[in-house]
Design a protein around this ligand. Sequence first.
Ligand code: URA
Length: 275
Amino acid sequence: MDQITEIGTILEWYLSVGVDEALSDVPIDRFETSRQALARAPAPAPERPASPASAPVSTGAQGFASRPPAAARAPAPAETAAAASARELAAACDDIAALEAAIRAFEGCPLKAGALNTVIADGTFGADLMLIGEAPGADEDRLGKPFVGRAGQLLDKMLAAIGRDRARDAYIANILFWRPPANRKPDPVETAACLPFVERLIELSKPKAILLLGATPTSALLGLGDGITRTRGRWHDWRGIPAMPTLHPAYLLRQPQAKREAWHDLLAVRRRLLD
Ligand code: URA
């Protein structure tokens, strides 16, 4: 094999394992930085508050879906020292400035070491509609804001279709604050480390309704693991706030025929916000 072919083969292999961007000229041992971050986090708290999967789901009056059977529930995010630390830190934040500072200072999510930016939220804090996606991608990581790439452009059009604008009357965040390599799905340890902060973002912003974009936020916040095409389109209860799972805009870019279902969900959101 000549040298050029050899380099090409190595680059192909890098791509296949998710290494798709050069961030630095100097190699960094990410396994070591993750080990150090986890070692710095305090020991787990003895008791864990009720997981989303065990939170009661209202039925009837508000038209919420009934509690799913055990088989349809997603596995709870991993209980780790980092998750316990995140819960403690998030609970101590009484306003958005403190919460954002706590997220930026948090070292318990291994993804932070490989990210360019911490991506927290965009739009209007306190808006009556909050949207939660999965995780930052390459564009979001570069710019430090959620949903600024192609999926974000479609999301803006979806919002405009129900008369909303992220700068004015929507607040957008993700389940993770740091980009997973090669845009892979968040793993349970990463989700557990970020989730307490996401929950606190929602609690402090106090939306009237939450739109969950895709399977990842639906599983992390509602404990529903039965596939987004089954769970979308019905209201669920998240700690007293109505939450609607819908299709992720990145999925809609790949499957434009599914926009019809997403439109149905958006209309339900618009109706609820007009109530
Ligand atoms: N997809 C997401 O889920 N979140 C983003 O911020 C961008 C793309």
